[in-house]
Design a protein around this ligand. Structure first.
Ligand SMILES: Cc1cc2nc3c(=O)[nH]c(=O)nc-3n(C[C@H](O)[C@H](O)[C@H](O)COP(=O)(O)OP(=O)(O)OC[C@H]3O[C@@H](n4cnc5c(N)ncnc54)[C@H](O)[C@@H]3O)c2cc1C
Length: 212
């Protein structure tokens, strides 16, 4: 029989260590929150998907302390041309505005997603109060005292009467070991490999304690 160790305690449990989950973890950690991140994969994905960020995203990454290291590895985008394999132009978007944006960052920047994810992971690893557990596949999210009144799954909203003060996030860890996190908030940031919700990229937060 598989036994479940005592739950870890956190202010916030984050499901998914993609760029969104890691960035939220970093920003919360810098505000003194205790954060547990659970990621299904054993290692980072390592391939680019997102390629472009606007000036507001750059500003947020600057605030998180990432842009100084990321910016030298990016290219300002002044036009966007798509060609097919034969070289025929399919789409041409002419230019981002050259005027400075209100944030001070370029309107359009191209970046390499694995670079961003590596910088975020490094920053998170140095951040007190934040722990990332790779190889942990979240299976259930149960809110409130174990009364059965409020429950949900990682791919669906928690429903019922939110009488509890915490959420229990339950995961299968390496080798099938069970892991649990009890937190006051849970954030799901699981777009890429949420197998039962393949077409959405969503970040949802469930508040479990009134008054915050
Ligand atoms: C082919 C392709 C091209 C794309 N091109 C672009 C683009 O040009 N521009 C753009 O902005 N975006 C693009 N995207 C979308 C891109 O993936 C996202 O912008 C970005 O990666 C989303 O970051 P995220 O952190 O929200 O999700 P993800 O990077 O998907 O990270 C979510 C993480 O959650 C983990 N996870 C899922 N379920 C669980 C679970 N039950 N328990 C624990 N962990 C779990 C996953 O393993 C994953 O690591 C593209 C995606 C693909 C597939």
């Amino acid at each position: 029989m598989t036994t479940t160790p005592p739950p870890a305690r956190a202010d916030v449990a984050i499901i998914g260590a993609g760029p969104v989950g890691l960035l939220i973890a970093l920003l919360l950690g810098r505000r003194g929150w205790q954060v547990e991140v659970l990621e299904r994969q054993a290692t980072a994905y390592g391939r680019p998907r997102a390629v472009h960020l606007d000036h507001e995203a750059a500003r947020i990454l600057q605030h998180a302390g990432i842009m100084d290291d990321l910016a030298p590895q990016t290219e300002v985008m002044d036009s966007y041309l798509w060609r097919n394999a034969g070289g025929t132009a399919l789409l041409w978007l002419d230019g981002a505005p050259e005027v400075p944006t209100v944030s001070g960052w370029p309107a359009s920047t191209m970046f390499h997603q694995p670079d961003l994810e590596r910088l975020l992971a490094e920053a998170v690893s140095r951040q007190p109060g934040v722990r990332v557990r790779m190889g942990h596949d979240v299976r259930d999210v149960v809110a409130g005292p174990v009364s059965g009144a409020v429950s949900g799954t990682v791919n669906g909203p928690v429903s019922g009467t939110a009488a509890g003060e915490s959420v229990s996030v339950q995961a299968d860890g390496p080798g099938g070991a069970r892991a649990q996190v009890r937190a006051r908030w849970v954030i799901g940031s699981t777009s890429r490999t949420a197998s039962r919700r393949p077409s959405q990229s969503s970040t949802t937060a469930q508040q479990t304690e009134r008054g915050r």
